[in-house]
Design a protein around this ligand. Structure first.
Ligand SMILES: C[C@H](O)CC(=O)SCCNC(=O)CCNC(=O)[C@H](O)C(C)(C)COP(=O)(O)OP(=O)(O)OC[C@H]1O[C@@H](n2cnc3c(N)ncnc32)[C@H](O)[C@@H]1OP(=O)(O)O
Length: 720
């Protein structure tokens, strides 16, 4: 039995039914059947006047167990989900002849919130998290959420919450009338019990959400809202259908009544949960959860140490972005610079960063000053004595970095963690003049760091387990998804991304149109094409990155000559309004016909003929020719033991490169081809265009054995 519910009847005549499926009180067929049984049981009990539904241990319910979707393809749950939605949620729970109130603490997601929506009232704590998050798994709310949420909060807000899988806290839920009252955790059950009795005594309304109409827009207005929602989702994500299916189901309820639409919803859920989109998204969900499981460390159950004060060393854009991110997460920040002028400039830049952010968030001047007040600029190490973490982001000078780390050991307390942001030198070299290798790691924020939700933690064999745990916890506090990898000549996840960009440059140098490449990749699902991406990174930064990358990892590397040509004529990317694209005052990018001239020059320089075969290259081939080298590099990373699981690179590709999550990540996607196919393509291209495409040993081996590239058990042995 997977989970159940428990009933307790109080002297006040209120039965409290608690969902009991630790740790998150996920819903399962067993939980739902037990809920039905217990509601029916309490309905016939004479000593029960009203019912409260809650979750044990301060968690209402994190929703239905998604292992029932996608990953267990073909295996149906014991009873169809439609049965549960209509027979249990609607005909038993909502139709109960005794008032039913939900007491929500912790979280109410997906099916969990949908149970609460079917109750006659909802009381929540102010910090509870509520949301219909189903679309993030390629399905739609399947327990009546498509019908009840619009009727409780109005169509525009419901669409926003459902289509974006948006979570709101109790306070916001109250302001939306999604919950009826807020109560502190220790009084929650008491308030909910009294509310249920008040409904019985007609002191509070007995609301059946499914038939509530006052918040619903009139049909014509509703149709206009739905139409623009359709256009929006089609534009944002033309490759997936589930948001459109969801909108259709919502509309069906408004047009032909909610009861009929519940059946439509159930049918749609059955269909969507078998889709490849659902399988891929569920894979990414679990892969993301696996990321923080570090073999050999997680079992130690170490508790993370608190990090309150962080020092950032070094100038430049990156360090000011890092410092601003830290301040916005309420860390005290010490910023160390070489001289007064640089320090002044940097502090000025950080204030600008904060101002942008706080303005965007419509927060006030007071908040800005308070946040800025957490920053202290210094020129020496005296303030480092009580710092918990140092992030070194100095220029790429080994001697300078070694000196900094030697000073850190001298001035900081013994538990302070030292990290470098460098991608050039190995951590071993950077820490050579210290005796504290166990406290040294690398943190890599992805560009642009305030936006990218991903963070790499790079460790050596000497980095202590406690430091890893502390940094994972720090990453989460920074609202980033942290991935732990081994030190690999400065590059781990980035090598996959750089290879992807190199493949695009190589292809255009051989004759494929720049803008066709970008379009092929955006149609595939990347948020930007590779050339728009290079423009955004900036050609100077990209060229520098390529130089270091090629020096450190010469195997199958590529020298993107075109970048140098463009730099020589001052085309630096979005920053100076011209790169592969032209940019207007509002940073809107448009293709520039002049690019073809520079391409011709580069081809002359490289002495490569314009390959006529590539002239009318189909989009599908472009995608393969750009993404297969990245898969090849990812396989190299796996075989070197840089990551623990191949699925780690799926998450890395989704969060760090923008690979579409509905394709499951780069390695997961590779499984939609036979490994032999990938191998033979790489082999052919390597003959035609050089070693850049040469399949690595892992791909060669797997292809010869007819094995998938995804094989968590047999992937490369971890170096750690
Ligand atoms: C029919 C309905 O309409 C369909 C649905 O209900 S779809 C489901 C909707 N629910 C959700 O979206 C909630 C997804 N979960 C989360 O966001 C987060 O787990 C959470 C915020 C609830 C808790 O986060 P946190 O405390 O960090 O715990 P976390 O490590 O994520 O999860 C604990 C365990 O539960 C698992 N888990 C979490 N949610 C799950 C779910 N919905 N299904 C299956 N397993 C789930 C995790 O994989 C993890 O398993 P593990 O310990 O074996 O690795």
């Amino acid at each position: 039995m997977i989970g159940k519910t428990a009933v307790e009847v109080g002297g006040d005549g209120v039965a409290v039914i608690s969902i009991n499926n630790p740790p998150l009180n996920l819903l399962s067929v067993d939980v739902m059947l037990s809920l039905k049984e217990n509601i029916e049981g309490t309905l016939v009990r004479k000593d029960v006047k009203a019912i409260v539904i809650t979750g044990l241990e301060g968690k209402f319910s994190a929703g239905f167990d998604v292992t029932a979707f996608g990953v267990t393809q073909g295996k149906k749950t014991q009873r169809e989900l439609g049965f549960m939605s209509i027979k249990i949620v609607t005909d038993t729970l909502e139709a109960s002849r005794k008032p039913l109130v939900a007491a929500i603490e912790g979280m109410a997601f997906g099916g969990g919130l949908e149970l609460a929506l079917a109750c006659h009232a909802r009381i929540s704590t102010s910090t509870a998290q509520l949301g219909l998050t189903e679309l993030q798994y390629g399905i739609l709310p399947g327990f009546g959420g498509t019908q009840r949420l619009p009727r409780l909060v109005g169509l525009p807000k419901a669409l926003e919450m459902i289509l974006m899988s948006k979570r709101v806290d109790g306070e916001e839920a109250r302001s939306l009338s999604l919950v009826d009252a807020i109560a502190p955790a220790d009084k929650l059950l008491g308030v909910a019990r009294q509310w249920a009795l008040d409904i019985l005594e007609c002191r509070r309304p007995w609301v059946i959400s499914l038939y509530k109409n006052d918040k619903l827009e009139p049909l014509v207005e509703a149709r206009t809202i739905l139409k623009s929602a359709r256009l929006r989702v089609q534009k944002q994500n033309p490759n997936v259908v589930h948001p459109l299916v969801c909108i259709d189901v919502i509309e069906a309820g408004i047009v032909s009544g909610p009861r009929n639409a519940l059946w439509k919803e159930a049918e749609a859920l059955e269909e969507l949960r078998e889709s490849s989109t659902c399988r891929s998204l569920v894979h990414v969900f679990f892969a993301q959860r696996q990321l923080s499981k570090i073999p050999g460390i997680s079992e130690m159950n170490l508790q993370p140490k608190k990090i309150s004060k962080v020092a950032v060393i070094g100038g430049g854009l990156m360090s000011s972005e890092i410092a601003a991110m830290l301040l916005l997460r309420n860390y005290q920040v010490i910023l160390k610079e070489k001289d007064k002028k640089r320090l002044f400039d940097e502090i000025h830049r950080i204030r600008g960063n904060l101002q942008n952010h706080i303005m965007e968030g419509k927060e006030n001047q007071w908040k800005l000053e308070k946040t800025f007040g957490l920053l202290k600029g210094v020129l020496d190490y005296n303030e480092f004595k009580d710092v918990d973490l140092v992030i070194e982001a100095e220029s790429e000078n080994l001697f300078l970095k070694q000196e900094i780390f030697a000073n850190l050991e001298k001035y900081c307390r013994p538990h302070c963690i030292f990290t470098s942001n460098s991608s050039t030198f190995s951590l071993k070299l950077i820490g050579e003049r210290t005796k504290c290798e166990d406290r040294i790691a690398r943190i890599h924020f992805f560009c642009p760091s305030p936006v990218m939700p991903f963070m790499e933690i790079i460790r050596t064999k000497s980095t202590s387990p406690q430091v890893i745990i502390d940094l994972i916890n720090f990453g989460r506090k920074m609202r980033k998804t942290p991935i732990v990898v081994s030190d690999w000549k400065g590059f781990a996840v980035n090598s996959m991304f750089i290879t992807y960009l190199h493949a695009a440059v190589l292809l255009t140098e051989r004759g494929v149109d720049v803008y066709q490449i970008d379009e092929a990749l955006t149609s595939f699902g990347m948020p930007f094409g590779p050339f728009r991406m290079i423009d955004m990174i900036g050609l100077e930064v990209f060229a520098e990155l390529c130089k270091i990358f090629n020096e450190n990892l010469p195997d199958r590397s590529y020298k993107p000559e075109l970048i140098l040509t463009l730099q020589s004529i001052d085309r630096e990317g979005a920053n100076n309004a011209k790169g592969f694209y032209k940019y207007d005052n509002s940073s809107k990018a448009t293709p520039d016909p002049e690019i073809s001239n520079y391409l011709a020059n580069t081809r002359n320089l490289l002495d490569v003929a314009n390959d006529s075969k590539l002239k009318n290259f189909p989009d599908g081939e472009i995608v393969e020719m750009i993404l297969f080298p990245a898969i090849n590099k990812a396989c190299h990373i796996i075989s070197e033991g840089i990551v623990f699981r191949s699925s780690d690179l799926d998450v890395a590709s989704v969060l760090g490169m923008g690979f579409p999550s509905y394709r499951g990540g780069i390695i997961y996607w590779s499984d939609s081809f036979a490994s032999k196919y990938i191998y033979s393509k790489l082999e052919t291209w390597s003959k035609e265009h050089g070693d850049f495409f040469k399949p690595c040993a892992y791909v060669t081996e797997r292809a010869s054995e007819g094995m998938s590239l995804v094989n968590p058990e047999k992937q490369g042995k971890s170096q750690l």
